[in-house]
Design a protein around this ligand. Structure first.
Ligand code: GLP
Length: 242
């Protein structure tokens, strides 16, 4: 079921998202969070940091699995997703960094890394809540529009539209990595709850296609229509075509 909630501002939506994550963290001895990067979840991560600083929420027993990473960037690179997670969230919490997992984009054997990543998620019992942003083309993690949905963690060639969208974070388009390693649809769909966030007018079409269109691997997020427990948090701009 898709529980779609529309807010006046991204800030209010982010607060609602943080409250849902708080519920999960408080509700389990060893909560497993699936986390995402991108600009969209930043205000929600800030709201979580505030809860930690207020002393109402601890991440001591939390384990995390991130969706994706660029191929070729190590964790010290300021555009790597490992760096993003450390600086935007983990460094500000009482989480044990050893319990935070981001796929490696620099291993010698990407296929082996991908397999090990899925095994680690499975061994943890899957995620209790998976946070997702969405690409302008409907991608989730780095599951780009394709002819089929891919189940496992895998290496993907980024589309021109994604490279264009992410150029803003790099010195030039040439510096944007061409490949990524991403969790596949299997791990995303086995999350016990999915939290999809989208803000701003650039996401309106992707949100419409995701929620109201056919389930089609050319709109990767549309697979979420088959998930039993999805909460979609939107601002009015992202919801404007619904
Ligand atoms: C990237 C990430 C996605 C993210 C998307 C949207 O390509 N791999 O996980 O959802 O961009 O990013 P933003 O939230 O900055 O719009």
């Amino acid at each position: 079921m898709m529980d779609v909630r529309i807010f006046k501002s991204a800030q209010e939506a982010a607060q609602a998202g943080a409250n849902l994550i708080e519920e999960v963290v408080l509700g389990k001895d060893q909560p497993i969070l699936g986390l995402a990067t991108g600009s969209t979840p930043i205000p929600m991560y800030q709201a979580l940091i505030q809860k930690y600083e207020a002393g109402t929420l601890s991440f001591k027993n939390v384990r995390t699995f991130n969706l994706d990473e660029y191929i070729g960037l190590d964790g010290a690179h300021d555009q790597s997703y490992r760096y993003f997670m450390n600086t935007q969230l983990f460094d500000h919490l009482d989480i044990d960094h050893a319990n935070t997992h981001v796929p490696s984009g620099i291993g010698a054997d990407h296929a082996a890394d991908a397999k090990a990543y899925d095994e680690a998620i499975e061994a943890a019992g899957g995620t209790d809540i998976q946070v997702l942003g969405i690409g302008n083309n409907g991608h989730i993690g780095f599951n780009e529009p394709a002819e089929v949905f891919i189940k496992g963690t895998h290496i993907v060639d980024l589309t021109d539209s994604t490279i264009d969208a992410n150029t803003r974070f790099f010195a030039s388009r040439d510096e944007v990595p061409r490949q990524a390693i991403t969790m596949g649809m299997g791990a995303i769909m086995s999350a016990r709850k999915v939290l999809l966030l989208a803000f701003g007018p650039a996401k309106a079409q992707a949100i419409r296609d995701t929620l109201c269109g056919d389930i089609d691997p050319r709109v990767p997020a549309s697979i979420l229509q088959l998930h039993p427990n999805v909460v979609v948090l939107l601002d009015e701009d992202a919801a404007s075509l619904l």
